[in-house]
Write a protein that binds this ligand. Sequence first.
Ligand code: SF4
Length: 317
Amino acid sequence: MMVNNNVNLIQAIKDLKKEKNAIILAHYYQESEIQDIADFVGDSLALAQWAAKTDADIIVLCGVHFMGETAKILCPEKRVFVPDLNAGCSLADSCPADEFEKFIKAHPGHTVISYVNTTAAVKTLTDVVVTSTNARQIVDSFPPETKIIFGPDENLGNYINSLTGRNMVLWKGACHVHEQFSLEKILALKKEHPNALVLAHPECKSVILKIADCIGSTSGLLKFAGNSPSKEFIVATESGILHQMQQKNPDKIFIPAPPNDSTCACNECNFMKLNTLQKLYNCLKNETPEIFIPEEIQKKAVKPIRKMLEISEKLGL
Ligand code: SF4
């Protein structure tokens, strides 16, 4: 059934949510109308923390596939849906589990730390999962002599190595959105807006991180923008975050950093944008598409995610 205007659609989603005791969790990179209807909007760490503690029967994860998997791994007894199952992730795809397993075997005696942007199968090969919010602190929680494999984001791994003085072995994966930011175009924007601060996500290339005034996770950048006395910001991460930045700071100006090979002014994740209000409605109404994870994978994959949540709680993250 098509609900033919947004007002009706929003009301229909609210009604279904109540009727089915469902919760809608949305990532910061979702379309603004999805962020506005969600019960909770956050980054990967916050979404996992919310999924772990909800008493709803149904979780609709408005994000990409691995986020739905993470919620299902944490709550195997709940039904978890992602409005469009084609919402994948180039970073997760850059790390196939069979190749990652060979990589681990080639580096015996290493602790395996994986970014949350991985498949459930990769998580079963992992000792502890991290997100960009807690990666540095979790790496620091291991003694300095610990040999570590870090995957799959090479830019984030290099950044953590530079902060901690470690020499973690890095898997060479990347996110196609964060790889694309153009140094030249950001520098040109800086000329037009000389007082603007550059905010960058650590998945960006090191040339972008070198000129950033703040490097952080989406929630970290959001917090920085709110606390900073500056009024203008150039934002080098997926442009969906600008919705929250602007809502929380209506007196400030947020300019999306442009990608290299496009005439577009901003850089969007095509996977994140596959979810729409209509698909969210359809998903709640028809209870599909659903995330399923084989029990033996769930049982192994939950351990490194729980470990991340425990360390994060101890550290107050
Ligand atoms: S922005 Fe990059 S890392 Fe995030 S979901 Fe999209 S492809 Fe994956």
